[in-house]
Design a protein around this ligand. Structure first.
Ligand SMILES: CSCCC(=O)C(=O)COP(=O)(O)O
Ligand SMILES: [Mg+2]
Length: 261
């Protein structure tokens, strides 16, 4: 088995979700289709609620920023002209959400609405989150060795908690010391990793970030965070240069913590 030694200065392991702890197939084949199939009905049912209005306002603001993009779908402001107007508005939000999802965009606005929609599905037991089999045993071991474990995903913190709270392994939320999402910044921006370190109260070089996406690994590394790229079934392929440059693991069990020896 390949073993990757974790540098002694590392006290925090920061985990990506999709492609790292959880198969991309679970996200693409279960979580995302649920949104596409239910977004219209969800908006119709919850439209008058404060939370839904906040989600729509955030999506509208995002749509304004996206106006220059090819195929962007605008969301008009309400004219307050009754039923037809409302149905048009809902359809615009549906079209905007589907357009964003067709590009797998990671905007805070999209991720916030998705998190709110998944809440009901997880609570009703309609979905259980999948984790690779090495994840839970490894995280337990790291924590026993004194490591802190945090999550940094483009999925909203609320969605992250749903996944960890309703997994095929049961409620494993207690295994996580804290969560970060795009509210702290995007995962391809170095500054996000500096802010995460500052929020945890450690230096960036105390963190080891595990992700499947090399653009994220590169941004983290620029901030002096240690990184390893996780290679899982169904993940996007890496170039030969990426395979040479990055430390690669195919299972969390390949990480060796000197402190646990
Ligand atoms: C954690 S919510 C479901 C996954 C999701 O929506 C997403 O964007 C995952 O992105 P990640 O940063 O974990 O690769
Ligand atoms: Mg990922």
């Amino acid at each position: 088995m390949v073993v990757l030694s974790v540098p002694a200065e590392v006290t925090v392991i920061l985990l990506d979700i999709e492609g790292t702890t959880t198969p991309i197939a679970f996200v693409k084949d279960i979580l995302f289709p649920y949104i596409r199939e239910n977004v219209k009905e969800y908006l119709q049912t919850h439209w008058e609620e404060e939370e839904c209005q906040q989600d729509v306002n955030l999506l509208r603001k995002q749509a304004e920023e996206d106006a220059h993009l090819d195929g962007a779908v605008p969301i008009p402001a309400s004219s307050g002209n009754g039923g037809d107007d409302l149905q048009q508005m809902i359809q615009a939000v549906v079209d905007n959400v589907c357009w964003q999802m067709s590009l797998d965009r990671k905007t805070t606005a999209l991720k916030q609405l998705q998190g709110h929609m998944w809440r009901a599905a997880f609570a009703a037991g309609r979905m259980k989150a999948e984790f690779f089999e090495d994840v839970v045993p490894a995280v337990r071991k790291w924590r026993e060795a004194g490591m802190k474990v945090y999550i940094y995903s483009s999925g909203s913190v609320e969605a992250q908690k749903l996944l960890f709270g309703h997994s095929t392994e049961g409620d494993i939320l207690e295994l996580v010391d804290g969560h970060f999402d795009t509210k702290i910044g995007h995962k391809v921006e170095s500054e996000s990793y500096r802010k995460i370190a500052s929020s945890i109260g450690c230096s960036t070089n105390n963190i080891l970030f595990l992700t499947d996406v090399t653009l994220e690994a590169s941004a983290a590394e620029e901030a002096d965070v240690h990184v390893a790229v996780v290679v899982r079934p169904g993940n996007a392929g890496l170039t030969d240069d990426e395979k040479t440059y990055y430390s690669l693991i195919t299972s969390f069990s390949e990480l060796y913590l000197p402190s646990s020896a």
